[in-house]
Write a protein that binds this ligand. Structure first.
Ligand SMILES: Nc1ncnc2c1ncn2[C@@H]1O[C@H](COP(=O)(O)OP(=O)(O)OP(=O)(O)O)[C@@H](O)[C@H]1O
Ligand SMILES: [Mg+2]
Length: 399
């Protein structure tokens, strides 16, 4: 799939932007603080309805516009998905809340009709690569869970629904655990939430098991090519609740022992998780929080048996991440039947010549990529000739 047009209104630094986008490689060249990352953020936001840099939606609304009680940041794109043309629009709306303050809400329109977020996530597929994604490999576990969630929601609406239900149930259950801990009460009240956590949690765990196996296969091939066969990449899923019948024994296994959990059905995982919650109930009441379940999962990146999160060199981590992103592109193609739009924010500057050449060679196969840079000389003359070059300055994009 590929974007043909992008319009932004009061989105961050862009009061107004209206531009065609070319198929193939789009190189966006500009100095610092001209809006390069913002452009990619806008496109990724359409894809996932999540900003990779705003903690609150209101940050997306242009500062000046947001001084008024009523302000709307609007992102609109026209894109080609197979034979069909679609129009996607997201409005982030700040409006008076009736008490003298303001509130922020969102509207999503696909082909001009209002839709629920869950119906739209993953309609426009994108793969994003930022230098700071280093943290997927070497940062906190929450970064890896976020990565898994954003990736799987692109192809699996059931996962999206389960994630939302799980998170709601989790905060209710945690509140109840805390309340029972502090003020006492009937622990039987937890049964209802245990059930929801187990059902939805099982959907998440099963999808993570499957996805990580698939991504590992694809990433290992890319990684082997990138390292000329010298290193072997493995993605190791470490679920907080492990459906393996005897997780106690598994802890003594080496991290890279091959474990295939695909034999467990969702029903089996749910039943096991529910039992585990029951068994942990006293302890969870004492701690006032839910300690088991996919909100505590982790994932390890191993190269030749070495955990890159702990022992990886910068170059090794970068290569593993590049392999992961390459895997994600073909994984999305496999599941959606369309090439995703690839968004690379100043990634090339971070790569050595060989890895840069490898990445650019792969981009030649896909339908569309947007690459930002402050320095056009990083790109080969051939790529510059075959791509579309955009100059970005003062909120304007010019071919
Ligand atoms: N809500 C907002 N309203 C107005 N301006 C904003 C808003 N949020 C961010 N900005 C500004 O937008 C500008 C462009 O930011 P962006 O990160 O897109 O630049 P960039 O071209 O990627 O720069 P760099 O090369 O440094 O990465 C920044 O000066 C930033 O302060
Ligand atoms: Mg930037």
């Amino acid at each position: 799939m590929y974007l043909t047009h992008l319009s932004l209104t009061n989105f961050r630094s862009f009061a107004r932007l209206d531009s065609d986008v070319s198929p193939g490689v789009n190189l966006i060249v500009g100095n610092n603080a001209q809006g390069k990352t913002t452009l990619l953020e806008a496109i990724y936001y359409l894809s996932t309805l999540t900003s990779f840099q705003a903690s609150q939606q209101r940050e997306l609304i242009n500062f000046l516009a947001a001084r008024q009680p009523l302000a709307v940041a609007r992102i609109e794109a026209e894109y080609q998905r197979g034979e069909r043309t679609h129009h996607l629009e997201v409005r982030v709306i700040q409006e008076p809340n009736g008490n003298g303050g303001v509130r922020v809400r969102r509207e999503v329109l696909l082909d001009r009709l209002k839709r629920k977020s869950s119906e739209v996530i993953g309609h426009l597929n994108a793969v994003l690569f930022l230098p700071r994604m280093f943290s997927i490999v070497a940062g906190a576990p929450a970064e890896r869970r976020q990565y898994l969630n954003l990736t799987i929601t692109q192809v699996d609406p059931r996962y999206t629904a389960a994630l939302s239900a799980y998170n709601k149930a989790l905060s209710q259950r945690n509140a109840l655990l805390k309340q029972i801990n502090e003020r006492g009460g009937d622990p039987g009240q937890l049964d209802y939430w245990d059930e929801l956590i187990a059902q939805n949690g099982a959907t998440l765990i099963a999808a993570r098991i499957q996805t990580l196996m698939e991504l590992e296969d694809l990433a290992a091939i890319a990684h082997s090519e990138l390292t000329h066969g010298a290193e072997r990449l493995r993605l190791i899923y470490r679920p907080a609740y492990d459906p393996l019948t005897d997780p106690a024994n598994q802890l003594s296994l080496p991290l890279d022992a091959p474990i295939d959990r695909r034999g467990y059905s969702e029903g089996e995982i749910a039943a096991g998780l529910k039992d585990a919650l029951q068994a942990a109930r006293r302890e969870e009441i004492a701690r006032g929080m839910t300690t088991l379940g996919p909100h505590r999962d982790d994932l390890h990146f191993l190269s030749n048996g070495i955990d890159l999160g702990t022992y990886g060199s910068r170059g090794q981590i970068r290569t593993a991440l590049l392999a992961l992103k390459i895997a994600e592109i073909s994984w999305l193609k496999k599941h959606t039947h369309f090439w995703p739009v690839v968004l690379l924010d100043e990634v090339l500057a971070e790569l050595d010549n060989q890895r840069r050449a490898d990445l650019l060679r792969r981009l030649a196969n896909i339908r569309q990529a947007l690459l930002t840079t402050t320095d056009l000389s990083l790109f080969s003359p051939r790529l510059i000739d075959s791509g579309t070059i955009w100059k970005i300055a003062d909120g304007r994009l010019e071919r």
